[in-house]
Design a protein around this ligand. Structure first.
Ligand code: GLN
Length: 495
C-alpha cells in the first residue's frame, strides 16, 4: 500500500472497505502531516481530538457492518461553511471567535456519510478574491512554489489537497473560487449547477451565484464527494428540486458508441474562440491545447463555438456580486454576530466602528460598489443593465450547446502569480477571472482538471463547462482523460 497521504478518496474508501487500514490510522497520519505543513497557511482551525473521535466512530460503524465509500475518510471544510464544533470565520476578523449554533447542510450531509472533519480551511475574506491574499488570517501558499498564491477564494481547500494533507475538501465557487484554485494548485474541482448543493449554512457572498463543490485529486474522488454533498434542501429556497444523484455511477457509465480505446467517441467539445485570445499566456495555451489533443485521441471532436460576451462577464459580475454582497453583509452590524467595536458612541456609531474595524479593504470596496450600483438613480444604469447582460451571457451558452456537448478552455489566463504581485491592484485580480465568470453568471456546472505545467513548473488547469445538470457528463469526460493521463497524480516535489 502507498503512503496514506498519497491515497485519494476512492483508494482510501476501498482500503477501509477491505479492512487494510482503519479510519483512526488514516486520521492520525493526516493530522501529523497537517502539523508538519503549517507553514503553508492552509488551516484556520484543526481539532485533532474531535477528528480522532469521529474516526473511531466511523471504524465502529464499519465493524457493525455498515459500508460506504466515504465512511471514515478524512476531509476538511472551507471556513465559509458554518460548523457547530469548530469556529467559523469566513476569513474575516468580523467573525473571529464566532461559533455557529448549527452545521451547514453540506457539512451535515458529509458527516452523515461518515467523513471525518479535520478542521477548517483558509479562504479570502467572505470568499472575495482570487489569491487567498484577502484572508484576515494570513496568506496560504502554493505548495508547488511557496512564493506563489494558491488561487482563491478556496485557497486553503486547494493547498490542503495539493500538499496531501487531506484527500478532499469542500469549497465554494461564486465566480471561480473552486475552479481557479484547483487549477493553480494542480488538483481537480467541480462547481455544480447552481442549486445542486444547498447554500444553507454557507455564509452568503452573492446568493444568486454561490455554489458549493468538492476539491480533490481526481474526477472520481470529486464524484464521490459531490454525490454526498448535493441534493434538495427545503432550507434553501433556490435548491434544485431533483432526486438524489449518484455522480459516481454517472461518471462510470459508458457513452453510447464508445469503445475501449475511444471512451469519448462522439463527444463534441466546443472551444469558444473568446477563451483563446492572443493575450492568453503561451504556457497555458500550450498545456490546454495538449489536453485537447488528448481528448481527440479519446474520440472527442473539437468544434469552434463563440461566447461573444465573455469580456462583458467581468463588469457584469463585478456589479452583480458586490450588489448582492452589500445586501448580504449588512447583517454584520456588531449586534448579532462577531466583532463589536470596544469604544463607540451611540448605536449608529457602534455599527460604523464595528464594520470599519471588522471588514478588510476588499470587502469594504465591494460593499461600497454594491451600495452604489443599487442606489436610486444608478440602479437602472448599472444593476439592471448587468442583469440583462447576465441573461444574454446565459443565452450565448445555450447557442453553443446546440453545436457541442461540453465547452473546454483554460481556467485562468496565466499560472499562479507571485504572492504580492497583484496585491494592491483589485482590477488586475478581477481581470484574471475572465474564464470562470461566464459559467457562474449562467449558473452552469464547471470543473477544472490538471492539464500540464507551465512557467516555473506551475500547474495549468483545463476547464470543462457543461449544460445545466450535466455534472455526470463532465465527470465522465474528466475521468476518461484522467485514466489516459497522469497530470492529476503529480505531486509537488519535496512535499
Ligand atoms: N475571484 C472572484 C471574486 O473575487 C470569485 C470569488 C468566488 O468565486 N468566491 O469575486
Amino acid at each position: 500500500m502507498k503512503p496514506l497521504h498519497d491515497m485519494g478518496v476512492a483508494e482510501l474508501g476501498r482500503a477501509l472497505g477491505s479492512k487494510q487500514v482503519s479510519s483512526t490510522e488514516i486520521t492520525k497520519h493526516l493530522l501529523a502531516r497537517v502539523a508538519t505543513h503549517e507553514h503553508l497557511g492552509a488551516w484556520l482551525s484543526v481539532d485533532g481530538e474531535a477528528a480522532v473521535a469521529q474516526a473511531h466512530a466511523a471504524d465502529q460503524r464499519r465493524s457493525g457492518g455498515e459500508i460506504g465509500m466515504l465512511l471514515g475518510v478524512p476531509l476538511a471544510h472551507k471556513d465559509i461553511f458554518v460548523t457547530r464544533d469548530l469556529p467559523t470565520t469566513a476569513g474575516s476578523k468580523m467573525l473571529e471567535g464566532y461559533r455557529s449554533p448549527f452545521d451547514a447542510t453540506v457539512v451535515n450531509k458529509l458527516a452523515q456519510a461518515g467523513t471525518v472533519t479535520l478542521g477548517k480551511l483558509n479562504c479570502d475574506e467572505f470568499a472575495m478574491g482570487s489569491s487567498n491574499e484577502n484572508s484576515a488570517f494570513g496568506f496560504s501558499k502554493n505548495p508547488w512554489d511557496t512564493s506563489r498564491v494558491p488561487g482563491g477564494s478556496s485557497g486553503g481547500s486547494a493547498v490542503a489537497v495539493a500538499a496531501r494533507m487531506v484527500p478532499a475538501t469542500t469549497g465554494t465557487d461564486t465566480g471561480g473560487s473552486i475552479r481557479q484554485p484547483a487549477s493553480f494548485s494542480g488538483i481537480t474541482g467541480i462547481k455544480p449547477t447552481y442549486g445542486v448543493c444547498s447554500r444553507y449554512g454557507m455564509i452568503a457572498f452573492a446568493s444568486s451565484l454561490d455554489q458549493a463543490g468538492p476539491l480533490a485529486r481526481s474526477a472520481e474522488d470529486c464524484s464521490l464527494l459531490l454525490s454526498a454533498m448535493s441534493g434538495f434542501d427545503e432550507r434553501d429556497a433556490t435548491s434544485a428540486q431533483r432526486p438524489p444523484q449518484d455522480f459516481h455511477s454517472a461518471m462510470l457509465s459508458p457513452r453510447e458508441g464508445a469503445t475501449a480505446a475511444q471512451p469519448l467517441k462522439g463527444l463534441r467539445v466546443g472551444l469558444p474562440k473568446e477563451f483563446f485570445p492572443a493575450a492568453l499566456a503561451t504556457d497555458v495555451n500550450g498545456a490546454v491545447r495538449g489536453a485537447l489533443a488528448e481528448f481527440e485521441k479519446l474520440g472527442a471532436t473539437l468544434v469552434d463555438v463563440s461566447l461573444p460576451r465573455t469580456e462583458l462577464s467581468i463588469p457584469v459580475y463585478y456589479i452583480i456580486a458586490p450588489a448582492e454582497a452589500s445586501s448580504n453583509l449588512s447583517r454584520f452590524d456588531g449586534v448579532r454576530f462577531g466583532h463589536r467595536a470596544k469604544r463607540h458612541g451611540d448605536l449608529l456609531d457602534m455599527y460604523k466602528k464595528s464594520r470599519a474595524e471588522g471588514f478588510g479593504p476588499e470587502v469594504k470596496r465591494r460593499i461600497m460598489i454594491g451600495t452604489y450600483v443599487l442606489s436610486h438613480g444608478y440602479y437602472d444604469a448599472y444593476y439592471l443593465q448587468a442583469q440583462k447582460l447576465r441573461r444574454m451571457i446565459a443565452d450565448d451558452f445555450q447557442a453553443c450547446f446546440i453545436k457541442c456537448d461540453v465547452i473546454a478552455g483554460p481556467v485562468a489566463p496565466t499560472v499562479a502569480w507571485k504572492l504580492g504581485d497583484k496585491g494592491d491592484d483589485p482590477v488586475a485580480n478581477y481581470l484574471a477571472d475572465i474564464f470562470t465568470l461566464p459559467a457562474s453568471l449562467a449558473g452552469l456546472p464547471g470543473m477544472s482538471l490538471p492539464a500540464g505545467f507551465g512557467e516555473g513548473g506551475m500547474p495549468v488547469g483545463l476547464q470543462l463547462i457543461g449544460n445545466y445538470f450535466q455534472e455526470g457528463a463532465l465527470l465522465h469526460a474528466a475521468h476518461a482523460f484522467q485514466l489516459a493521463t497522469d497530470w492529476h497524480s503529480r505531486a509537488p516535489e519535496g512535499i
